[in-house]
Design a protein around this ligand. Structure first.
Ligand SMILES: Nc1ncnc2c1ncn2[C@@H]1O[C@H](COP(=O)(O)OP(=O)(O)OP(=O)(O)O)[C@@H](O)[C@H]1O
Ligand SMILES: Cc1cn([C@H]2C[C@H](O)[C@@H](COP(=O)(O)O)O2)c(=O)[nH]c1=O
Length: 218
């Protein structure tokens, strides 16, 4: 399968600040003449959004959780992500498979070999030479204690947001391990800085990667 699009994902622990930059990123790509599909995981299709409700609210064992996450992802890939990439669009996705390795793998302690097998099944496509992976992943790296302070009182916590800081320490380590294993794809963003400084890092990284023209402002 040929794809001329750009698959850009944003990752980080809950409260790291990634969603705060989605509007500006979408506007920036559109201003540079790109079609943008903005989406999220779990979710992005009616079926996957239904699964999201279960994943974020219902208690379940880690294998069940992982299977539901990958089922939602499969529908999302088939219905939304692959068609958009083939059209040449920018797919701006709030979380993808790195979140599964970080949350279900490192956070819950679920078997990463099983996650890798599911990744192979779900992200392979007839006609696609390699596994579907994001072209660029912006990893918003923030200490769990600061993320918890930012989220405190901001909204009613879901099943994951209600987890203790130790859980998010493991999730953060999971992200660090994924980033180390695929350093070409990951861009580490120091998310402890102010919103404007974080945005500057995002913009600079995307210009350096050649996916945005220089001299852009928010
Ligand atoms: N750089 C920043 N400095 C201080 N507060 C921030 C910063 N960026 C975002 N925030 C605030 O932190 C909270 C979490 O931000 P945001 O919703 O963007 O995080 P997130 O990574 O998308 O979280 P989640 O994955 O849980 O949805 C919000 O209240 C937001 O206003
Ligand atoms: C993709 C994915 C997500 N999660 C978790 C991570 C977050 O706590 C929620 C999504 O909420 P957000 O406000 O949209 O960030 O789901 C997960 O555990 N595993 C995954 O694969």
């Amino acid at each position: 399968m040929s794809d001329n699009g750009l698959f850009l994902t944003l990752e980080g622990i809950d409260g790291a600040g990634k969603s705060s930059h989605l509007d500006a990123l979408e506007a920036l790509f559109r201003a540079q003449g790109r079609e943008v599909v903005r989406t999220r995981e779990p979710g992005g299709t009616p079926l996957a959004e239904t699964l999201r409700g279960l994943i974020l609210e219902k208690p379940m064992d880690p294998l069940t959780e992982s299977l539901l996450v990958f089922a939602a992802r499969r529908d999302h890939i088939v219905q939304v992500i692959e068609p958009a990439l083939v059209r040449g669009d920018v797919v701006l996705c709030d979380r993808f498979t790195d979140a599964t390795f970080a949350y279900q793998g490192a956070g819950r302690g679920f078997d990463e070999a099983v996650l890798s097998t599911l990744e192979q099944w779900v992200q392979s496509e007839a006609g696609r030479a390699t596994l579907l992976q994001p072209h660029i992943t912006l990893w918003f790296d923030l200490a769990p204690e600061i993320a918890a302070q930012r989220l405190a009182g901001a909204r009613v916590p879901d099943k994951f947001e209600a987890q203790p800081v130790e859980f998010f320490s493991r999730v953060a380590q999971g992200y660090a391990a994924r980033a180390a294993a695929d350093a070409k794809r990951f861009v580490r963003i120091d998310a402890s800085q102010s919103r404007d400084q974080v945005w500057q890092q995002v913009e600079t990284a995307l210009v350096a990667r050649g996916v945005l023209s220089g001299g852009v402002t928010r």
